[in-house]
Design a protein around this ligand. Sequence first.
Ligand SMILES: Cc1cc2nc3c(=O)[nH]c(=O)nc-3n(C[C@H](O)[C@H](O)[C@H](O)COP(=O)(O)OP(=O)(O)OC[C@H]3O[C@@H](n4cnc5c(N)ncnc54)[C@H](O)[C@@H]3O)c2cc1C
Length: 293
Amino acid sequence: MLNLKNAFENIAAECGVKLSLMSAARLTTFKGGGSAYVFAPDSEGQFINTYVSLAGAGFKPFILGGGSNTVIADGEAATPIISTNGLDGVYMRDNCISAGCGASLRRVSAMLSDFGYSGFGFMNGVPATVGGALRMNASAFGRCIADMTDTVRIFLAENNIWKIKEISAKDISFGYRRGVKDIVLSADFKLIDDLNGENKRDFLGERIKKQPKKPSCGSVFKNGDIPSGKLIEECGLKGIKCGGAQISGVHANFIVNLGNATASDFLSLAELCENEVMQKFSIKLEREFELVI
Ligand SMILES: Cc1cc2nc3c(=O)[nH]c(=O)nc-3n(C[C@H](O)[C@H](O)[C@H](O)COP(=O)(O)OP(=O)(O)OC[C@H]3O[C@@H](n4cnc5c(N)ncnc54)[C@H](O)[C@@H]3O)c2cc1C
């Protein structure tokens, strides 16, 4: 790990970016797990330089937004993380709202509502950033982030040349939990008049009734024809604990941290769900969360 630390320190110094070893408790909404080296750029230029330098040195950096779909393995991760927290600008334009990849959906939603627009209310209570939501095509209440998106600025390597491109949402193959494949720098979202009074709907209240309050990474598995939570519940696994983690008694597709969960506790429960659902229903659960190792 000493060599990794040295390599990361050199890259951070070259790019003028802050580097720290941070715990999962600070990086993810599940809050359990190990630690990782985190680069914290505070401009798009620094973000790009850091990514390119790490890639050039043979690393595959993990881009971290709100950490609400991510679990960090126990111990010290070998994968370097680049946090998008510093890229959180949000501003109104004539016909859209622009947001940096690290802006929280809460912030975008609040600004829309301040200006009399709506559209992001369905994500109230989801601790995601613009980049993470576009990667996952986050959705709830029958709506998804793709519905709101006008254009996305991405960063990608084509024939070994790094490029920034602006793509129209129409040209992105969005689907269920299938979003932008490349690195998201920023996005423009549509302005929708709050004609149907969406801003008055208590999306958060509706969410709170159905989801656990304890720390989690949201749904552990993607839903198929039968919701994964129902399959897990029918295997009698609701409430089962492993160390400091528990299959939520409120919603079986959530694994919650009771206070001192490790990533291994989380993964043991995820594997238990996979094995039991396979045995009882011959259905393979597909993981939704990302694991940083
Ligand atoms: C309480 C709770 C409720 C939730 N409810 C929902 C829900 O209703 N609907 C839903 O869809 N999800 C839900 N989730 C899951 C989660 O919020 C979403 O998956 C969200 O889109 C993740 O965003 P994030 O910024 O936290 O991403 P992170 O966890 O930080 O990252 C997730 C993925 O996105 C990638 N990523 C992050 N930023 C970028 C970027 N700039 N460019 C490219 N890739 C990037 C990461 O590398 C990783 O692959 C919930 C989670 C919690 C904790």
